[in-house]
Design a protein around this ligand. Structure first.
Ligand code: C2O
Ligand code: CU
Ligand code: CU
Length: 520
């Protein structure tokens, strides 16, 4: 049995030395758009906009009772037809990619029994969920494979909450309507696990939002956008040091900054098209890429652009117009597009101005005849109270997200650190009191999409200016640009206990850019 974990932290390496660490491989430093390296695939690919968009199926509960709705999901190896006529082996929730969508109601609790039939342990996290710590998917609270005997990391053996074959996750969902997603969160291996397919939507609805009259039903499209690369036989390529994703964490030399695929997928379909009526549509945009940032734009542009109505943590106070939407990994943008502004027959391309070649294209909407449309976009959507950060006693903390390295059982590795420390379940960077508001100053070297579990936050400032155009509303992931300082305010309420915060570039997360906060 291999007991594997970085047990020793390099004594010298960790502080203030980014510039000396041979970061020439980091494309993120000087004006580039994503931090990472392109992984060139070898499969033959379908033409752009030749494949129909698919919408992931909505999961039905196995039963409902006084405690809420109960679901079951099995983690399985599946064969997905991603490239036409080719079966790609994936790790999927119920064997599909993306996983089935869970639709829930605010305030109505659910439980999800996750059964793991994969060859690796798994951990499930509901991203953006206000979840008690024992159901939040702490990275060493593993679900061991059914009947499998696999090597386990030292930390999991020493202090993880290990479940044999399955675990019941309980979600109170005491939070407003929004777009969440669930994905794997296994310590050291979240990158390969998600790359292999372990991601799905979770949509919370509520009465407040229903009353707004937003586009709905077939005119509401969840769009999970991400990049992947494929080998010549159609299998997923990933530059793992350890292809079994069991023993040694990390990616091969050159990919430490992040893995960027060369195929854009939306809901698991390469560069799809979808036929739409000439009417308003609600698009729930999710960037589920490991490392890629997208700058989305519609071509030709509609007169009103994207009308943003919501983000990570729920509705915005009022609609916000954008010509572009810049999305970092894990972020969600809930937008309305009015396709009635186009002539029937127009092809409207969702382009990515951060990509080149085919990566500059994402999908296509083919506009049909004008459709009846009684949807509305009210001027007021919800109420968002600014968190009070000027009260006496508000604690301010500084979190530095930097390149570094550390010594592991497998040798010296490039790593990503928070305040000079690699992730360890034993290191607590912050212990906010329950219900307190804190200000965190986040400081970067390259792009780091920083995510806090448990509570959404408000962006207070970016550099010397105010929040940027994509920072409005309740965020749970903020897009830190290279050499930037962003201040956020969060209220730590709901539950006491231990949670993680981390970089959502999954290669950074796996290479230790994660830490703990404990709500006391
Ligand atoms: Cu989307 Cu800690 O995760
Ligand atoms: Cu999360
Ligand atoms: Cu990062």
């Amino acid at each position: 049995m291999a007991l594997t974990r970085r047990r020793f932290i390099g004594g010298l390496a960790v502080g203030g030395v980014a510039a000396g660490l041979g970061l020439s491989f980091l494309s993120g430093v000087a004006g580039s758009t994503s931090t990472g390296r392109n992984l060139v695939g070898r499969a033959s690919l379908p033409g752009l906009f030749t494949q129909p968009l698919r919408i992931p199926p909505v999961l039905a509960p196995v039963r409902s009772d006084g405690d809420g709705d109960h679901y079951e999901i099995t983690h399985q190896v599946g064969g997905a037809e991603i490239l036409p006529g080719v079966s790609t082996a994936i790790w999927g929730y119920n064997g599909i990619f993306p996983g089935p969508t869970i639709e829930s109601r605010s305030g109505r609790p659910i439980s999800v029994t996750h059964i793991n039939e994969l060859p690796v342990p798994t951990v499930v996290h509901l991203h953006g969920g206000r979840t008690p710590p024992e159901s939040d998917g702490y990275p060493i609270d593993l679900i061991l494979p059914v009947g499998g005997d696999v090597p386990l990391p030292v930390y999991a053996i020493e202090s993880g909450d290990l479940a044999e074959g399955q675990r019941v996750y309980r979600y109170p969902l005491d939070q407003p309507a929004t777009t969440l997603w669930y994905h794997d969160h296994r310590m050291d291996f979240t990158g390969p696990d998600v790359w292999n397919g372990l991601a799905g939507f979770h949509i919370i609805r509520d009465d407040e939002e229903d009353a707004l009259g937003l586009p709905s039903g077939p005119r509401e499209l969840p769009l999970m956008i991400l990049d992947r690369s494929f080998d010549v036989d159609g299998s997923l390529l990933y530059p793992a040091i350890d292809p079994t994703a069991l023993v040694e964490a990390g990616v091969t030399s050159g990919f430490e900054a992040g893995v960027l695929g060369d195929v854009n997928l939306v809901n698991g379909v390469p560069w799809p098209f979808v036929n739409v009526d000439g009417a308003r549509y609600r698009l729930r945009l999710l960037n589920a890429a490991n490392a890629r940032r997208y700058d989305l734009r519609l071509d030709p542009p509609p007169p009103d652009g994207f009308i943003q109505i919501g983000t990570d943590g729920g509705l915005l106070a009022e609609p916000l117009q954008h010509d572009h939407i810049v999305m970092a990994p894990a972020q969600r943008f809930d937008v309305i597009v009015d396709f009635s502004a186009y002539q029937p027959g127009t092809s409207v391309t969702l382009v990515n101005d951060f990509g080149s070649g085919d990566m500059a294209r994402v999908m296509r909407f083919v506009v049909g005849a004008r459709g009846d449309d009684n949807s509305r976009i009210p001027d007021r959507l919800t109420t968002i109270e600014p968190l009070n950060t000027t009260a006496a006693g508000v604690i301010t903390r500084t979190m530095r997200f930097n390149s570094g390295h550390l010594t592991t059982d497998h040798g010296d590795r490039h790593a990503w650190l928070i305040n000079g420390e690699p992730f360890s379940p034993e290191v607590t960077e912050a212990s906010p009191a329950l219900d307190s508001v804190e200000v965190w100053r986040l400081i970067s070297d390259v792009h780091h999409p920083v995510h806090l579990h448990l509570n959404p936050f408000q962006v207070l400032s970016r550099g010397s200016g105010g929040p940027g155009p994509y920072d409005i509303g309740w965020k749970d992931t903020v897009d830190l640009l290279p050499w930037e300082q962003v201040a956020i305010a969060a209220r730590f309420d709901g539950f006491r206990g231990r949670y993680v915060f981390h970089c959502h570039n999954l290669e950074h997360e796996d290479m230790a850019m994660m830490s703990n906060f404990v709500v006391t």
